[in-house]
Write a protein that binds this ligand. Structure first.
Ligand code: SF4
Length: 71
């Protein structure tokens, strides 16, 4: 599973950090960054992506197929 944050979309709401604090953190500018792609269970990371109000977190599987947001 691969995680990407679209920094153009991220509005620093930080719900992702609340849901998956092992995986996401905010940088100095308040933009979410991935501190550890395996910092939380995959379910939790997916939950964090779903919690993002602007769908800035993009999850793909190991083959590059997008899991979330659903295409
Ligand atoms: S929830 Fe979305 S908008 Fe908020 S900090 Fe995380 S990636 Fe950015």
């Amino acid at each position: 599973m691969k995680i990407k944050v679209d920094i153009e979309l991220c509005t620093s709401v930080a719900t992702c950090v609340e849901v998956a604090p092992g995986t996401f953190e905010l940088d100095d500018e308040g933009i979410a960054v991935i501190k550890d792609p395996k910092g939380d269970a995959e379910d939790t990371i997916l939950q964090a992506a779903k919690s993002c109000p602007v769908n800035a977190i993009i999850i793909t599987d190991d083959n590059g197929k997008q899991i979330y947001p659903e295409e």
